[in-house]
Design a protein. Structure first.
Length: 92
């Protein structure tokens, strides 16, 4: 597992970037894939408490990114379906 040293605390696989604004620029698939890796790392164990907490925090941030994408997709789908409904009513 790759480790990086920042501010006197060791973090795993970029977990220190958890609160960085670039998370909002992540695509759904990117966030999902990174979240999968975070979960795998946590499940594998072998990390210190500090590393585990950093991974968990990163996972929470990635889950939020995924949720925003899914909520946005749902809103777009709902809007598209709402636009179709008047057309169906006029067909009768």
């Amino acid at each position: 597992m790759a480790k990086a040293k920042t501010d006197d605390s060791t973090v795993v696989d970029g977990a220190a970037d958890a609160a960085q604004p670039q998370d909002s620029a992540l695509g759904y698939e990117q966030a999902r894939d990174e979240l999968i890796e975070v979960v795998r790392s946590l499940e594998a164990g072998g990390t210190t408490l500090e590393e585990s907490l950093a991974l968990w925090e990163r996972g929470e941030e990635l889950a939020k990114v995924c949720r925003r994408w899914l909520d946005g997709a749902r809103a777009r789908l709902d809007a598209a379906l709402a636009e179709e409904e008047p057309d169906e009513d006029t067909a009768e």
